[in-house]
Design a protein around this ligand. Structure first.
Ligand code: ACO
Length: 428
């Protein structure tokens, strides 16, 4: 007999089968509990709820482990590229030489967006947040592309995935260019994925940007480190929208919106804003840390803490390495990096953070490196979205190759009990 847990309620026992993952994670399956006992489970924020079984990404938050399809993030960051990692996430295996060549060919072939889409970009007022433009344009892209009908057909899906990954990069760059009132740059056929993005973001008609290979490598690494992170807020959003059988564009556009918030992907921008405020105000670290510890309204140490990692976020370590390398290479001395380093040191010694297991997360140093590379601050979260896209695509596909089952959580209602309608003239 398979292992099971027993839940006792009002004198009766209910057997809950135990589901065991490939890394020996154990979960009590409560899917028949309501039918048998009338009970639902309540878990605000889903900290203790598995929403699915997934083969894509494994995290051990206590040990600080992150693997995509079994491969440690450290090895991928060191030895892979973003596009190869994207293929791995979506198709489950590292590509053969021929598969990778074909995937790259498709990425190159589909990098242009329809000319009519440029009209949409020009409709946004100058200064519009690029995340708003990105989400709207991904949805709009769906109108220009045939509907995906065969998510379980590798060849068909390879083209669909390459198309979206390639075009989202072009859209991301164009979102910034239009919001900054600059001309939109066309992609170049002679450039690889990441350098092409930098060209589209930075080049001016009179001054072509030639990306430095070390910068390209650092940015590629950032994208790899963001490429998936199992059932986080934006990915769960993508999966939930996908569960209604919504198309890939609609699901991913919803993921972009979820990512935008400062408690999620928006944290990379919020970290820099926090450091800049601290720097400009001349406030001491001690007084700032005291504000955080006293939980003064709206004051949190952005870039610290994580729902799953109760140890160092492995991505933070790798990004810090890249950050030191890029700043040294560019000969940049960034006072915000000094402040970040000092804040990290203080926090890692302070009982408030130690007792709550709050460590730097991926966003703590990513803003500093993006700023050094010259990425505009309001594009930081867009960079996160570009990185996360292969993960969202892989998760969307995982939902769509399974028999349809719409995600629909329950609730415990705590509102008014039944009452009779009173006409307005009798309400006093
Ligand atoms: N600064 C100060 N205190 C914090 C922080 C922080 N960054 N994070 C958590 N805490 C405190 C909480 O106040 C709470 O204290 P309490 O026990 O006295 O009430 C305790 O630590 C637990 O915090 P929760 O908010 O319950 O933790 P949760 O797992 O829900 O939140 C989150 C995780 C949202 C990431 C949180 O740590 C946070 O807000 N961090 C700052 C924003 C950030 O960096 N987000 C990026 C996350 S990584 C990503 O999305 C890619």
């Amino acid at each position: 007999m398979t292992d099971h847990a027993v839940l006792s309620y009002k004198g009766r026992n209910y057997d809950l089968p135990i589901v065991v993952g490939t890394e020996d994670e154990h979960a009590a399956d409560i899917s028949s509990l309501r039918g048998a006992s009338g009970l639902i489970t309540l878990d605000r924020g889903y900290g203790n709820t598995g929403s699915c079984e997934s083969e894509i990404t494994y995290i051990d938050g206590d040990k600080g482990i992150l693997r995509y399809r079994g491969y440690p993030i450290e090895q991928l960051a060191e030895r892979s590229t973003f596009t190869e990692t994207a293929y791995l996430l979506i198709f489950g295996e590292l590509p053969t030489g021929a598969q990778y060549t074909e995937f790259r060919r498709l990425l190159n072939e589909h990098q242009h967006i329809h000319e009519n889409m440029l009209d949409f970009f020009h409709g946004f007022p100058e200064g519009s947040p690029p995340m708003a433009i990105l989400s709207a344009m991904i949805n709009a892209l769906g109108c220009f592309q045939p509907e995906l009908t065969k998510p379980d057909d590798d060849d068909h899906f390879m083209e669909a995935a390459a198309r979206l990954i390639s075009k989202v990069r072009t859209i991301a760059a164009a979102a910034y260019r239009t919001s900054a009132g600059r001309p939109v740059n066309y992609p170049r056929q002679d450039m690889r994925y990441t350098s092409n993005f930098l060209h589209m973001l930075m080049s001016m008609p009179f001054d072509l940007y030639e990306p430095d290979p070390d910068i390209v490598e650092a940015l590629d690494r950032i994208l790899i480190l963001h490429a998936d992170h199992e059932q986080n807020c934006s990915t769960s959003t993508v999966r939930m929208v996908a569960s209604s059988q919504a198309n890939l564009h609609a699901s991913v556009a919803a993921g972009v919106c979820a990512l935008w918030g400062p408690l999620h992907g928006g944290a990379n921008q919020a970290v820099i804003e926090m450091l800049q405020r601290l720097h400009d105000s001349g406030q001491t670290l001690e007084s700032f840390v005291n504000q955080i510890k006293n939980k003064e309204a709206g004051v949190r140490l952005m870039g610290f803490g994580h729902r799953v990692y109760r140890n160092f976020d492995p991505r933070a370590k790798l990004i810090k390495e890249s950050c030191d390398r890029v700043l040294a290479k560019l000969g940049i001395h960034d006072p915000l990096l000094d402040l970040a380093t000092q804040l990290e040191e203080v926090a890692l010694e302070d009982d408030y953070f130690v007792s709550r297991k709050l460590y730097p997360n991926v966003d703590f140093y990513s803003g500093i490196i993006l700023r050094a590379i010259g990425i505009p601050q309001d594009m930081f979260t867009v960079m996160f979205a570009m990185g996360r896209l292969p993960g969202w695509i892989a998760q969307w596909r995982e939902v769509h190759v399974q028999p349809p089952k719409i995600d629909r959580p329950r609730q415990v209602y705590i509102g008014a009990n039944a009452r009779d309608f009173v006409p307005v003239e009798e309400r006093g």
